[in-house]
Design a protein around this ligand. Structure first.
Ligand SMILES: Nc1nc2c(ncn2[C@@H]2O[C@H](COP(=O)(O)OP(=O)(O)OP(=O)(O)O)[C@@H](O)[C@H]2O)c(=O)[nH]1
Ligand SMILES: [Zn+2]
Length: 352
């Protein structure tokens, strides 16, 4: 029956639920995002059983909680802990000023897949990866998922469909077109700027750019994104041909709100990688398969890639796109971005 929501559609709903603070269900567990849960709903969850707060091993490491489960830890919610306690477990912004008083008791044994799926969902909803979970039957109205298929679906590549394209003259290249692609899983749309009319059988000058509202739009001095974006478009304009893929993976995939949380941690002295880890994320949560998929859709199999990030080269090659040349994209240093650029070079293997 085609009118019954598919798994991908139910996952998209679950993302919306978690963002609004509405619990959902996974394999007999009620799940709520720590960041959006209300006092009343926490009380209602508590009335149903003993809650655990599941966090990533990255966050557990900062909190010095034992992660018995590999990439996650299940912290028992103490009886006297309130919503503020749950938030503090999830959100590192007050770690230094008000360190959490331990010890934190973490669970071991049992099936951790529902917990894993819950964390993957909050990440894909661009929320802090921390959830309150209670083993209980929910009410009929809640979105209900099974862990295994949910994890598989979240790891799968989403199919992208072209939606619309139009001529768009740019300051750097008057002969340009903007193409919009929409994924089939309710996720973010991604864009391709095609400059000139690049032949499909030759390597095309390409930039794989990840969204950076602060750098691209506001001209932030904290990163190199804005200057890289414009340098890439200018180079394509000068050469008369190129493709700039604009992937809506703000903040290396953690979203703008979490990126601002990361900036606050950076202002406390942590570098860009440490800040992501303290928030519970990996250094880079982006899915670069999207870039390869867009190139294939546009008819390109070979690229001259403008990047300093060897992971982008490796990933495109793995996805069957030949990178015939890496074109460095070095922009000016300033006193606000020097630390960021150094960390990318030292910890993330960026070539300068
Ligand atoms: N989490 C996080 N994201 C950041 C920070 N600074 C910039 N970003 C994001 O990092 C991404 C940078 O993307 P790119 O410039 O495409 O990629 P790159 O890995 O730096 O590689 P290049 O191709 O060499 O530029 C964007 O999504 C920015 O929003 C930060 O301090 N923390
Ligand atoms: Zn940036």
């Amino acid at each position: 029956m085609s009118l019954i929501p598919t798994l991908a559609e139910r996952i998209a709903r679950a993302r919306g639920d978690l963002r609004m603070g509405l619990p959902m269900q996974i394999d007999g567990w009620l799940v709520a995002a720590a960041e959006t849960l209300s006092e009343t709903r926490l009380a209602d969850l508590r009335a149903l059983g003993q809650p655990v707060v599941t966090i990533t091993a990255r966050r557990a490491e900062t909190l010095k909680a034992r992660a018995y489960d590999g990439d996650l830890a299940r912290v028992t919610l103490p009886e006297n802990a309130d919503l503020g306690w749950v938030r503090a477990l999830a959100d590192p912004s007050r770690d230094l000023m008000h360190p959490m008083k331990g010890p934190l008791f973490t669970e071991r044994g049992g099936d951790t897949n529902p917990h894993k799926a819950a964390l993957a969902l909050t990440k894909s909803a661009q929320l802090l990866p921390a959830v309150v979970m209670v083993r209980a039957d929910g009410s009929d109205g809640l979105t209900d998922l099974s862990a295994g298929p949910t994890l598989a679906q979240l790891a799968a590549e989403s199919a992208l469909a072209p939606v619309a394209a139009a001529r768009l003259p740019l300051a750097s290249a008057e002969r340009s077109r903007l193409h919009i692609y929409r994924p089939d899983d309710g996720g973010e749309e991604h864009y391709a700027v095609e400059i000139g009319d690049p032949p499909r059988d030759a390597p095309v000058l390409t930039r794989l750019h990840s969204a950076c509202f602060t750098g691209d739009v506001l001209g932030s001095l904290k990163c190199d994104c804005g200057p890289q974006l414009h340098a890439a478009l200018d180079a394509m304009g000068r050469q008369g041909a190129g493709v700039l893929l604009y992937l809506n993976q703000e903040g290396r995939g953690i979203g703008l709100a979490n990126k601002m949380r990361a900036y606050n941690l950076q202002n406390q002295g942590f570098d860009t990688v440490e800040a992501n880890h303290r928030l519970g994320f990996e250094d880079d949560e982006r899915d670069f398969r999207i870039g390869a998929a867009l190139l294939r859709k546009l008819g390109f199999a070979k690229v001259r890639l403008m990047t300093n990030n060897p992971r982008k080269v490796a990933m495109l090659e793995r996805q069957g796109i030949a990178v015939t040349e890496r074109v460095p994209l070095v922009t000016a240093r300033n006193r606000f971005n020097a630390g960021y650029l150094d960390t990318k070079a030292e910890k993330s293997g960026h070539l300068l």
